[in-house]
Design a protein around this ligand. Structure first.
Ligand SMILES: [Ca+2]
Length: 392
């Protein structure tokens, strides 16, 4: 079911029914949410909290925002308020018990996987009030991965002066936009781009002069922060298929997760000038069978730190650094869009995986560490943001 944007005067006048997931839900939880249908934000009292099992003990999982239409990303402002994107084009500010649309964002190519995608709040927000968005821009009868920024008005209602800073080339179709944004420790910005569905037959992700299937490195004014010989300005790494999760580790290294072909989703630590292989090497095979490229390894191409077979369709990436879950510091978390769980990988144990799952983890699109060390994630299936804390 697709819902159109509500009018600015009544952002939640539309019904905010739970998406009809295919999995049964505990009665108590469903009924409690059913009573709060038009409420965009639920109190932090844990009134509707449920419990998930985990290696760190029981987790309390609390819905903090409901009624979202295909949420894609969330980001915290320094005051603890939250920005959420919905793929069809809406940017929301969640503050003081209300979720309100923010006007002034970009027009987007709302098609397939394209639309309004990531949101990033730079560390100097308190001074700059900059909010960065990635999106697929409507061009030439198709879409192009794009990045822009605006200044959030003091009342939080408007992105002022929104400007597109960087834009890839337009292609038809709605596949593989990548589009995660990460601020590096030096204040520059990384953008992931997808291969736009060109692979495995097309080699665009391997072409250093093309934007598809890359990490792009930008200065805060949108100019290239990396220029490698023989590469299109801004290209930082190549050979990626569709990275929909990216983050920094405690040392400031860039990590990403990317959707592979069947059985080839990858976790990579990315360095400048390196080639991550797609579609020449892959642990995946074509959908329906058939080898891709050369196999799994080739001189001059990087190996993933971990790969998933079968695929989990990873989205969102977090390396936990908080205090609430001391056992999990340094661990890598991503969401599964196709198997409905949160994946926790231990780098110190050969990336051993724990799958954290429950009725709330339907199509996990993003996962973020909050300033207080709690873990927030977006469920597309529930149209909700949830908060994980110890206990329950
Ligand atoms: Ca690879």
């Amino acid at each position: 079911m697709h819902q159109h944007l509500a009018t600015p005067s009544s952002p939640y006048a539309r019904s905010t029914k739970l998406h009809s997931g295919t999995r049964p839900r505990p009665m108590g939880f469903g009924v409690a949410l059913g009573l709060g249908l038009v409420l965009g934000v639920l109190g932090g009292t844990g009134a509707f909290a449920a419990t998930l099992d985990s290696s760190a003990g029981p987790l309390e999982v609390t819905p903090v925002v409901t009624g979202l239409d295909e949420p894609w990303a969330l980001a915290f402002l320094p005051d603890g308020h939250v920005l959420v994107t919905e793929r069809a084009g809406r940017l929301l500010l969640v503050a003081d018990g209300e979720a309100q649309p923010i006007t002034g964002g970009p027009e987007v190519f709302d098609n397939g996987q394209g639309g309004l995608l990531d949101v990033m709040v730079p560390r100097d927000f308190a001074q700059s009030r900059e909010v960065w968005l990635s999106f697929s821009a409507p061009v030439d009868g198709g879409g192009a991965t794009a990045v822009g920024k605006g200044r959030l008005s003091e009342d939080g209602r408007t992105l002022e002066g929104f400007t597109t800073l960087y834009q890839g080339d337009g292609m038809r179709g709605g596949r593989h936009f990548g589009s995660r944004l990460v601020e590096a420790n030096d204040g520059t910005v990384f953008l992931t781009t997808g291969d736009r569905g060109t692979g495995p037959d097309g080699l665009e992700a391997q072409d250093p002069m093309r934007v598809e299937g890359k990490v792009i490195h930008l200065n805060r004014d949108g100019s290239p922060a990396t220029t490698l010989p023989g590469h299109r300005p801004g290209v930082y790494s190549l050979g990626h298929r569709n990275a929909q999760g990216a983050t920094l580790d405690a040392d400031g290294n860039l990590w990403l997760v990317e959707h592979g072909a069947q059985g080839g989703d990858e976790l990579n630590r990315v360095e400048s000038g390196r080639n991550y292989g797609w579609p020449v090497i892959s642990y995946g095979e074509n959908y329906g069978g058939g080898r891709i490229g050369d196999g799994t390894a080739r001189e001059g191409m990087e190996q993933p730190l971990h790969y998933w077979d079968p695929s989990i369709a990873p989205s969102g990436l977090m390396i936990y650094q908080g205090e609430l879950f001391p056992d999990w510091q340094g661990d890598v978390f991503t969401g599964s869009l196709n198997t409905n769980f949160i994946s926790r990988l231990e780098p110190g144990a050969d990336y051993a995986e724990e799958r954290i799952e429950g009725d709330q983890t339907g199509r996990v699109r993003d996962i973020v560490e909050a300033p207080d060390g709690s873990i927030w994630f977006l469920s597309v299936l529930d149209g909700a943001a949830y908060r994980l804390t110890p206990g329950g």
